[in-house]
Design a binder for this molecule. Structure first.
Ligand code: MG
Length: 308
């Protein structure tokens, strides 16, 4: 043992195995509406919390994912990312099932996954969790090899994503998209195999949610839990045009599951089939059309959360 300690001390005297710098990926474009800390400011804030951050600037989601995959291959045990839900979703693709712990410093506009994990969102507190938090295994959703943190599904949101570039968050553009989608909303006949049981529905939307919020902080599945090993299936039936706005009001108040045309079920696997192809989204991207099978990946992600 003494020899090992000596060997460590002959290298960089400030670093032992217990004090390896934490790889910390920053995407400077996250949160276009919010000023984010610069790399130097982040390093200094980390130091104030007793953290040694190895700041790595990333230029795109693909770059984030590739960098994390390389760090995992090189034996990292913990990787932190600062960014919004898109950045976190990228990190998750490379970390799911690896056992490597993800630290999240929420810097986006919605921060849905960080909110579901009850992570603090002011910078000093978020950095404190990197130092003092505890690692927990949480569920993800998956479509084939693609993991999601929030929700996947068909209908209103998938159709809105076809019309709107997710990086364009201007209010006018979003309202215009919402108007176009809502004014042309129509129910589709779908076959849902929910854990193998067939439900034939006419639905304007079916979301299969891992965490309780999606998109622009919409509480789609208020009772979704990240550790229960199931996904929350929210089926919104044949809403008429005059029912659409009341539906979204009820959702904002987290009461939409009480409406007569809304069902919420829990399932490990959902297959969606339709006679005519329908757009399928996975988190904030449209990934194709029906048929699709969406399943839970229980405890697939190890992530740092705050101590209670
Ligand atoms: Mg769940």
């Amino acid at each position: 043992m003494a020899a090992v300690l000596e060997e460590r001390n002959t290298g960089d005297a400030t670093h032992t195995d217990q004090q390896q710098p934490i790889p910390f990926l920053m995407n400077d474009k996250a949160g276009a509406l919010r000023t984010t800390a610069s790399a130097d400011e982040m390093r200094d804030l980390g130091r104030e919390q007793g953290l040694d951050l190895d700041i790595i600037s990333t230029t795109s989601p693909e770059d984030t994912q590739e960098t994390i995959a390389r760090l995992v291959r090189n034996g990292a045990t913990q990787i932190a990312v600062a960014g919004g839900d898109g950045t976190v979703a990228c990190a998750v693709q490379a970390l799911a099932g690896t056992g490597v712990t993800l630290g999240i410093v929420a810097q986006g506009t919605a921060n849905n996954f960080a909110t579901a994990l009850r992570l603090p969102q002011d910078l000093p507190s978020a950095l404190r969790v990197l130092k003092d938090g505890v690692a927990r295994e949480v569920d993800l959703g998956r479509i084939g090899d693609l993991y999601f943190t929030e929700s996947a599904g068909i209908g209103l949101f998938a159709d809105a994503m076809v019309l709107q570039d997710p990086t364009d968050k201007s209010v006018l553009r979003t309202l215009w998209t919402a108007f176009r989608v809502l004014s042309s909303a129509r129910a589709r006949r779908v076959k849902l195999y929910i854990d193998g049981e067939l439900h034939t529905e006419r639905a304007v939307m079916c979301e299969v949610a891992n965490s309780f919020r999606m998109g622009y902080a919409m509480p789609m599945a208020p009772e979704a839990k990240l550790t229960d090993g199931v996904l929350d299936v929210v089926i919104v039936g044949d809403l008429k045009l005059h029912e659409v706005i009341p539906y979204f009001r009820a959702m904002k108040a987290q009461l939409h599951h009480t409406l007569p045309k809304v069902q919420v079920l829990k399932a490990k696997e959902v297959r969606i089939e339709s006679r005519h192809t329908i757009n399928v989204h996975c988190d904030d991207a449209v990934i194709g059309t029906t048929p699709v099978t969406i399943s839970v990946a229980p405890r697939a992600l190890k992530v740092l959360v705050d101590r209670l």
